[in-house]
Design a protein around this ligand. Sequence first.
Ligand code: TXA
Ligand code: MG
Length: 322
Amino acid sequence: MIDQSPLLETIVRGFDEAAIDEAAKLLLAGQPVAIPTETVYGLAARADQGEAVARIYAAKGRPAFNPLIIHVRNMQQAQSIAVFDQTARELALRFWPGALTLVLPIKTGAPIASLATAGLQTVALRMPAHRAMQAVLDATGVPLAAPSANLSGTISPTKAEHVLHTLGGRIPLIVDDGSTSLGLESTIVATSESGVILLRPGPISPDQWQDLAVTIQANPDAAAISAPGQLESHYAPSKPVRLNAAQAHQSEWFIGFGEIGGDANLSPAGDLTEAAAQLFDLLHRADAQNRATIAVAPVPEIGLGVAINDRLRRAAAPRTNG
Ligand code: TXA
Ligand code: MG
């Protein structure tokens, strides 16, 4: 784990013009600020300055080889950073602003610190749909690197209080705009001559771009694609997680789904969109309970359920990165 920075006072401010001004000032001065997006809260820093990006890694305690997603406000900014082929352009046109991240060849001279891409020749780009992230992108005028705003290896934050829980004392400001609507990190795809490669399942599913892609490969060779953030154990509560539980053992706090009730339920109606939005919040709640283990009811492997199960398997995987 990377060095702790000296303890700061972390201020939480509700979304308004003054909060965005303050966030923009800090960002332009090279400080990291937690800003909500429609997926999860992001820990943003200006992507064009290595020192600013380094403060993200330091605050998160993130292994420095993990490349970050760069957030942009418009197509013009995106095209100053990456090379778009026809498929990439069509995907951007259809899903931006939104929860799709495109991994594309980086442009020579792009205003992106190499630390943000971990030195790769590709860059992960996203145009977010959330008013707070859009407002800080407008106010700063620079691309912003933003991984999820949590300590490395812990659960992604869908509320300001989740951010405060692991990054309190490590960052100067959190802009609070309530719960994020989607609750899962963006879908990540890379485009290549042979089609679209799914690197991370998320809110946007491959059947939504079926008509565009030549082939859809489900990350055929994770190592070769080098999405190092896809470590086996990544979205990890501090307690062991047991999946596909039909019922709970005595020492377990049980996260239900649909008709399987539990101590709390991802979606009593069995609605996968609601379950995705609840997922990290319930994992946070489960982790805070006075029980040894977390059990989770089965969630069907269809639609958004694919992304939900991906996150759940990571939460349950043997811990590899502390
Ligand atoms: O919804 C989201 O995407 C959130 C919000 C804040 O936008 N951000 C997010 O970022 O989840 P992060 O840093 O937690 O996840 C970045 C993922 C990692 O798995 C990383 O390895 C992958 O993107 N990635 C970044 N650049 C890449 C590249 N050039 N090639 C392949 N994978 C890349
Ligand atoms: Mg993350």
